[in-house]
Design a protein around this ligand. Structure first.
Ligand code: TNX
Length: 685
């Protein structure tokens, strides 16, 4: 609560609250729910009351994006408050929202586009100024986040924000190859990205399991490689325009030379080994690869990239480049000869040759190359941009070699880490100023082995908002609890925007409930969370034919009650107060009862029946937690046999396949506190 009182004090003094405030570096409990948190925020006395819908005045704004975005904001306010729309032609001198834009934007946004804005809210007016239309778009999102209410009316707090991003590349990568994502899903994600000021939609359009764009030049690509699931060129243009309207660039990715099974199913003559090839349905790293020794491959890529270069206006073009296993290159006599004839000793040199040829093609079509970190090689110049996904110190090394860098390691949403984990990954951590200067930014990555259109939003949001903040806000904004407080508001705003991240779970759970009592299952689900990609792949064989409708597929990625319980136990130990003991007891009893009552319900659903052992394990863990609490209360050392039995119960809870019992770590802490071998005992009040 220190941070909250600091904020209030600053409020009264109308002093500046620097975003990198030393108090935990965070904005504090009483602060507005802005996310990402701005570079600087000065609170002013008073509030701007909303008693009717906003009236708008646009000054020096000819860019259609500003008009459109302002219109959307007014509509959002209207929907939220129920105020009727203002009649057209209202006197601009009476305007409550004044937008002052320094100039028209560029036709194609770049990483250097100015996104800064100044927002000044006083009781009489809301003034938003920015040198570029994109800055105005960012400021409008801040306004949407500031709307609050008190006992009198809806309002905005009076303040002055001066804001600009820390990094200029803040992306969301969506894989649409492993599972198909319809256009609607993409548009909703663009709305969500805009709400948290992300500016690059990285569209992973081809992989072993699908080729997802219509090519008029090479129609077999979408017809055979896309198996009927692809975006028409008209749809691509619509997505690009929708994104541009929200200040978002669209970065297309076409994987090459590996991850190309679908491409080679369409054009096997490009492959390093004779086909035929079939669009892949399993997950992993596969052998099919393009043949870097063949001129026809470059002619094909030149024509293909030429076509895509005009479809995707962005200045950057992503060519993948990851996970080439080299098996086909090793077994081809022709490729071995080509390597020997060109003095190449290994496949890394061969891939670097391919990368250089590709860069020349992209250059001819006016595009800068981006690739995954496997493209790094001494012979590949730092004119290419590298996206790092592999283990540290890969990112630091890449920057040191002079490449502009985008960080994705630590931002993989399919690994099911909590938002706090992603939030803790700072692209600039441990780098020299010179190396850090080459960071363009980062991207959250949604790989789609385990998501389809019903599930994907729940895997991306709201966790990606924590990454968006890491990439926008000052490095000193690190208070995790406050991040979760503001994430909750973002969550609600996304819901209002129509994003389906929250609604998917109850909807999909109903499909697999047998009818009757659903409450115990909901109580059980609250304390469960899905395990990440690696654990799931170890547990069983998955392909794209596997229905993603089991509990593990639909559960929210992070258990909020699990997190709260963990905080409660941390706060309570080593010597829990009577109030803490009561709160812990109440939760554990509730979950234990829920889990036991859920068992007969689960048994009646062929989809949920597999959860019975998880429910039993969770109930046993809760019972153990209650015993630990009793022992702590009695301040009585447990018999040795108890500790051994407790460990077996906990081990079983820890090992539940594919689904984690989110309250297990906190129960383990209780058990250890009750067991004198783990912790010194305190005096129980
Ligand atoms: C690695 S990251 C891949 C993807 C997978 C992902 C799953 C990268 C460039 N390649 O093909 O989908 O892991 O997390």
């Amino acid at each position: 609560m220190k941070a909250r009182s600091l904020f209030l004090a600053l409020c009264f003094m109308a002093a500046t609250l620097p975003a990198s405030a030393p108090e935990g570096g965070g904005p504090g409990g009483g602060a507005p729910s802005l996310m990402p948190w701005p570079q600087s925020l000065e609170s002013k006395p008073g509030v701007h009351r909303l008693t009717q819908n906003l009236t708008l005045s646009l000054e020096a704004c000819r860019d259609g994006r500003v008009t459109a975005a302002a219109g959307r904001l007014l509509e959002r306010v209207r929907l939220r408050t129920g105020f009727p729309p203002q009649p057209p032609g209202a006197d601009p001198r009476q305007a409550s929202l004044i937008l002052r834009c320094g100039g028209d934007g560029e036709p194609v946004q770049t990483p250097n586009t100015d996104e800064s804005y100044i927002l000044d809210i006083s009781p009489g007016a809301i003034l938003l100024e920015a040198p570029s239309p994109v800055g105005i778009l960012r400021g409008l999102e801040s306004i949407a986040q500031l709307i609050a209410l008190d006992s009198t009316s809806y309002l905005l707090p009076c303040l002055r924000i001066e804001d600009r991003p820390r990094f200029r590349w803040r992306g969301l990568h969506i894989d649409v190859a492993r599972h198909w994502e319809p256009v609607d899903v993409i548009l909703r994600n663009l709305d969500a990205m805009a709400a948290v000021k992300m500016n690059v939609f990285h569209w992973h359009l081809s992989d072993d399991q699908g080729f997802r764009v219509e090519s008029r030049r090479f129609p077999r690509l979408h017809e055979i490689g896309g198996e009927g699931k692809y975006y028409t060129q008209e749809q691509v243009r619509a997505v690009v325009a929708y994104a541009r309207d929200r200040g978002i660039r669209v970065l297309p990715e076409f994987e090459m030379p590996g991850h190309t099974t679908a491409w080679l199913a369409a054009y096997p003559e490009l492959a390093a080994a004779p086909g035929p090839y079939h669009v892949e349905s399993a997950w992993g790293v596969f052998d099919p690869s393009m043949d870097p020794s063949r001129e026809e491959v470059y002619a094909h890529l030149d024509a293909f990239i030429g076509e895509m270069a005009s479809l995707f206006p962005d200045g950057y073009f992503h060519v993948g480049g990851d996970e080439v296993n080299g098996k086909q290159w090793n077994s081809s006599a022709r490729i071995r000869e080509f390597k020997a004839g060109n003095g190449m000793k290994n496949n890394r040199q061969l891939q670097a040759y391919f990368t250089r040829r590709l860069e020349a093609i992209l250059d001819r079509h006016g595009k800068k190359m981006v690739g995954w970190d496997e493209i790094v090689h001494p012979s590949v110049p730092p004119t290419v941009t590298v996206q790092t996904w592999r283990l540290p110190p890969r990112f630091a090394e890449t920057l040191k070699l002079g490449y502009p860098g985008i960080l994705s390691r630590g931002y993989y949403l399919d690994h099911m880490h909590p938002a706090s984990w992603h939030y803790g990954i700072d692209p600039g951590a441990g780098l020299t100023t010179e190396d850090a200067g080459r960071i363009l930014g980062g991207e959250a990555c949604m790989w789609a082995e385990f998501v389809d259109e019903e599930i994907i939003e729940s895997r991306i949001w709201p966790r990606a908002a924590a990454i968006a903040e890491r990439l926008w806000s000052p490095a000193g904004v690190t208070d995790v609890e406050d991040m979760y407080r503001r994430l909750d508001s973002v969550d609600a705003e996304l819901e209002r925007l129509g994003v389906r991240h929250r609604s998917s779970f109850p909807r999909l759970l109903r499909n697999i409930l047998p009818g009757g009592e659903s409450l115990p299952v909901a109580a059980l689900a609250e304390i469960l969370s899905p395990r990440g990609l690696a654990e799931r792949q170890r547990a069983r064989r998955y392909t794209r034919e596997t229905p993603l409708r089991r509990l593990v597929d639909i559960l929210p990625p992070e258990s909020a009650v699990g997190r709260d319980f963990d905080l409660l136990v941390d706060r309570a130990l080593p010597v829990p107060s009577p109030a803490d003991r009561a709160a812990i007891r109440e939760s554990l009893e509730h979950w234990r009862r829920g889990a036991l009552k859920a068992v007969p319900v689960l048994e009646r659903s062929f989809v949920l029946a597999e959860i019975v052992p998880v429910a039993e394990s969770a109930a046993a863990a809760c019972a153990l937690g209650l015993e630990a609490l009793d022992r702590l209360e009695a301040a009585q050392a447990p018999p040795t046999a108890w500790a051994g039995e407790a460990e077996r119960v906990l081990e079983r809870a820890r090992k539940s396949p594919e689904i984690a019992i989110a309250i297990e770590p906190a129960i383990t802490k209780l058990v250890h506190a009750a067991d004198s071998r783990h912790a010194p005992r305190g005096t129980i009040p």
